[in-house]
Ligand binder design. Structure first.
Ligand SMILES: Cc1cc2nc3c(=O)[nH]c(=O)nc-3n(C[C@H](O)[C@H](O)[C@H](O)COP(=O)(O)OP(=O)(O)OC[C@H]3O[C@@H](n4cnc5c(N)ncnc54)[C@H](O)[C@@H]3O)c2cc1C
Length: 421
């Protein structure tokens, strides 16, 4: 039994890796399970918010983190029918880092992993999928894990095997399709979402606009994220619109992108020769009614799937992890009994549910009142009909601090209070 970790975290995304690092730092023996072989998946968001940078600063890791390749963003811009508008200004935030960082998420996760591995209690198992829960007398006390299903580089040498991993606490950080929250039969409220996202890479060329931005034109909405030598693009479509779009053909899709980002027009046939170059990412918004049961806690998207609106889901996942470590690290590092740990678990939901509710309500409002009218062609795009929020933000620089605060710090930012062993 002594070889078992005190805590097992399913999911090596932002929530799982940050919690793994914080618990290991506090002296807790912790195993993080990640079903993939590595962190190299490009569909993850790239945003690292000032509140996450604050956490890194509090941990003394910010300077090392900023050595990784990144794009620093002081202001966010939107273009409406080709005309540029500043919408958010991070330079006045009441935080140590008065900017946002765009960093491919595999770099962020790799950095967390590298730092966590400095602590003897930390282990990351890759190619290790949590497939079910172990229970004793109605209390979760571990996870069934399938190892080695994904490749010859895996610890099982390509032959999948199932193992049982016992732990005093199981944390489900396995994202919006969480296997563990389903295994625990935790009920959730689903809000649906009227949009999906098409995700693709377009190479950059000299003379392109420099900044990461949102573009609205001709009934379309496109976000371009600066990833060095290419644009990572998110093209928003109405939910269920993917099939119809495909039937119109890839050439028609090129024309739609060219309408909203004319500077990309010439390179589209080469960058997107067919639909294989375009990934459909489904958007969903939901929230668990209860984030915990005996022996198990859900955090991040496993507790509350976030829409991409505002690019704040990673931030919330990190804030959940910081709050969970503040709540549990000392008890897990010490001699707290399972029963004592169980009495702490509901406190996380009491602390984090309000920020999540407020953020999801704002995301749903933007989906319904901004994105859907844009996609439905209900926004007046005639020259001179710039929407009033863009006009206000353009005219009054002070107002740009508000969206910066909402996106950059969010509601109830968390600070590291968990101990260092
Ligand atoms: C289209 C789209 C774009 C988005 N863009 C942004 C953005 O730009 N910025 C932003 O802040 N947010 C964005 N979001 C939201 C953001 O992706 C999530 O809120 C955030 O990733 C949640 O982090 P997480 O760690 O909880 O879960 P995830 O990031 O989903 O991580 C879960 C991890 O668990 C692993 N896993 C899953 N199941 C298992 C299992 N059974 N066993 C072991 N491992 C498992 C997965 O491989 C993954 O690594 C976007 C969402 C969508 C849908």
């Amino acid at each position: 039994m002594d070889n078992h970790p005190r805590c097992c975290i399913a999911g090596g995304g932002p929530a799982g890796m940050v919690l793994g690092l914080l618990l290991a730092r506090a002296g807790v023996k912790v195993v993080v399970l990640e079903k993939h072989l590595d962190f190299l998946r490009d569909f993850r968001g790239d945003t690292v918010h000032p509140s996450t940078l604050e956490v890194l600063h509090e941990l003394g890791l910010l300077d090392a983190f900023l050595q990784r390749p990144h794009d620093r963003v002081d202001q966010l811009r939107a273009t409406f029918e080709g005309q540029g508008f500043p919408v958010a200004d991070f330079t006045h935030l009441p935080s140590y880092s008065k900017f946002l960082v765009l960093m491919p998420q595999w770099e962020f996760l790799d950095f967390m992993c590298e730092e966590a591995r400095r602590y003897p209690g930390f282990e990351l198992w890759t190619d290790a999928e949590a497939i079910g829960l172990l229970q004793d007398n109605g209390r979760v006390n571990g996870v069934r894990v399938r190892r080695g299903a994904r490749g010859p580089g895996s610890p099982a040498g390509g032959k999948p095997q199932e193992v049982e991993l016992h732990a005093s606490l199981v944390v489900a950080a396995d994202g919006r399709h969480s296997t563990l929250r389903d295994a625990a039969a935790l009920p959730h409220i689903s809000y649906g979402a009227p949009i999906d996202v098409l995700w693709m890479r377009i190479p950059k060329q000299p003379g392109d606009p420099d900044a990461t931005a949102g573009h609205i034109a001709g009934g379309h909405f496109l976000v371009t994220l600066n990833r060095g030598d290419y644009w990572q693009c998110a093209f928003v479509i109405p939910k269920g619109g993917h099939d119809a779009l495909q039937q119109r053909g890839i050439g028609a899709f090129h024309a739609e992108i060219a309408k909203v980002a004319p500077f990309m027009q010439d390179r589209l046939p080469q960058a997107l020769p067919d639909w294989n170059a375009v990934k459909l990412l489904e958007v969903m918004v939901d929230r668990l009614e209860s984030w915990a049961c005996k022996g198990m806690l859900c955090i991040g998207d496993a507790a509350h799937a976030m829409s991409p609106v505002g690019g704040v889901g990673i931030n919330l996942a990190v804030q959940d992890a910081v709050a969970a470590a503040n709540l549990l690290a000392a008890s897990l590092a010490g001699t707290a009994t399972d029963k004592q740990i169980d009495t702490l678990l509901p406190q996380l939901q009491r602390r984090r549910e309000w920020p999540v509710r407020v953020t999801q309500a704002a995301q749903r409002m933007v989906q319904d009142r901004v994105l859907m009218p844009v996609l439905g062609g209900k926004v007046n795009t005639k020259v001179g009909h710039v929407p009033w929020p863009l006009r206000l933000l353009s005219r009054w620089p002070m107002l740009r601090r508000l969206p910066a605060r909402a996106v950059g710090l969010g509601v109830r930012p968390e600070h590291v209070k968990s101990p260092r062993a």
